[in-house]
Design a protein around this ligand. Structure first.
Ligand SMILES: O=P(O)(O)OC[C@H]1O[C@](O)(CO)[C@@H](O)[C@@H]1O
Length: 445
């Protein structure tokens, strides 16, 4: 189960900063129901970018992915060339559930030193490169592809083609025709699925197949979230958490801390940050009015960040809503041993590490509540593919519901374009000479 514990957002627990949940839910019932119905109705229209709702149903594509993985038994290292939504989902799930033996590497930056370090370490004949770009135009990913393709060809000759697999849009961009011309295997990012919503399609499943993740259960978990997202409000978890975010943003809580108590989930906040920020930080609403929506997602990991950020979360401004994620059981546990001479630590003797982790999560949530800092907890029975798939899809639904509540398009990202265009100009790309001149006049060269 994925459950919501909202005790620490209620008046009774956190005082005047809190909410009266039953009344809030009743007051927003019609809006939330309208949002739910609108999302389900619009999903068949590709222009709405709601294709991620149906992707977990597509077990046929998953079978193709798994067959491809089985046919590449020789792979020892898989290098993912992708950025943002084309890397973060697979990275988060692989860190949480990856079993090996294939080692995964994510190249999502263009800093030369780490790329060189990786290239020096890899054995080309045992390496498969998965270039992932929906648009096929992202400079970082394309630069990495040019470098890895050359590296493979220099070392393997014409054999390099066995070592590349492409994941891109079925028609748009330059990667699809290139893959066809070179005879490279290629998988699709469905046109109606944006990068940050793509973890359950081959963008995520192909690398995760090499990481040994139980993908049938990952998709089954995502389908469970779909079931909830279509349900009546009292069972509709994403509608409820979206409402929490909406209510607290209205109260001036413009920061959302996403804090799983798990090192295995250490990359999940990175995935959430892109999902949340790129989807919800918008200048205009659907009617074209300037609205400047959004709350800023912040990454944190429990218990680690108790010793870095919790001071601020407790005593700093009342501008945050903290979303804890807590596991209810460990996959394995370790006893903390008793040691003579260290009796001052006897409160730990004989307890387990999981007990300590759990106590710290509850203690921190309550300490924040005592200070009037609103926080809620999503609990997962355990960390497995099913529950993680459920959580990922839940967070996508939450984002979609918030987009509806704020009347914005949660599925585009116009704000990143100008920076890309300036980069083209600075790099001397053909066709961008005028912009390059403008930049020079503005002192940017
Ligand atoms: O898959 P692509 O097209 O390379 O895009 C990578 C990322 O770049 C963005 O388009 C914008 O930064 C993200 O939305 C996306 O996840």
């Amino acid at each position: 189960m994925l459950r919501l514990d909202l005790a620490n957002v209620l008046f009774e627990r956190i005082g005047p900063k809190g909410i009266d949940w039953p009344s809030a839910l009743a007051a927003h019932a019609r809006r939330l129901e309208a949002a739910r119905d609108a999302l389900w109705q619009r999903k068949s229209n590709p222009a709405e970018f709601l294709g991620w709702i149906d992707v977990p149903e597509d077990t046929e594509t998953l079978r193709r992915v798994l067959r491809f993985r089985e046919a590449q038994a020789w792979v020892e290292d898989l290098v993912v060339l992708g950025i943002g939504g084309s890397a973060l989902g697979a990275q988060a799930v692989a860190a949480a559930l990856g079993k090996g033996p294939v080692r995964l590497h994510f190249v999502d930056n263009v800093e030369p030193e780490p790329i060189l370090e990786l290239l020096r370490k890899l054995e080309p004949s045992k390496t498969l490169v998965n270039v992932i770009s929906k648009s096929g135009s992202t400079a970082e990913t394309m630069a990495a592809f040019l470098a890895f393709r050359r590296w493979l060809e220099d070392r393997l000759g014409p054999e390099w083609k066995r070592h590349v697999v492409v994941t891109t849009d079925p028609v748009k961009g330059i990667l699809r025709p290139y893959a066809q011309a070179e005879g490279l295997p290629a998988f699709e990012v469905p046109p109606a699925v944006g990068g940050r919503f793509s973890v359950t399609c081959p963008v995520g499943t192909l690398p995760l197949a090499f990481a040994g993740v139980d993908l049938d259960n990952l998709l089954a978990g995502a389908r469970k979230s779909n079931e909830q997202a279509g349900a009546a409000l009292e069972h509709n978890l994403p509608a409820q958490t979206a409402l929490l975010h909406h209510l607290f943003s209205q109260k001036g809580h413009h920061i959302v801390v996403f804090m799983p108590y798990s090192t295995r989930l250490r990359y999940l906040p990175d995935w959430f940050v892109q999902l949340h920020d790129e989807s919800l930080g918008k200048m205009h609403d659907r009617a074209g009015q300037e609205v400047r929506t959004g709350t800023t997602a912040v990454r944190a990991i429990g218990t680690t960040d108790q010793h870095a950020q919790v001071q601020l979360f407790r005593e700093g401004p009342y501008d945050k809503l903290i979303n804890f994620v807590r596991l209810l059981s460990p996959s394995e546990d370790l006893e903390i041993p008793a040691v003579r001479g260290l009796e001052a630590l006897d409160y730990l003797f004989g307890k387990s590490f999981f007990e300590l982790l759990d106590a710290e999560a509850k203690a921190t949530a309550h300490a924040l509540a005592k200070a009037g800092q609103p926080n809620y907890t999503l609990t997962l029975d355990k960390l497995d593919a099913y529950h993680l798939g459920w959580l990922l899809q839940h967070l996508m639904w939450q984002t979609a519901f918030l987009g509806e509540l704020w009347n914005i398009n949660a599925f585009d990202q116009p704000g990143v374009e100008l920076g890309k265009e300036y980069t083209y100009a600075l790099m001397g790309r053909r066709g961008w000479e005028v912009l390059a001149q403008e930049l020079r006049a503005e002192g940017v060269e």
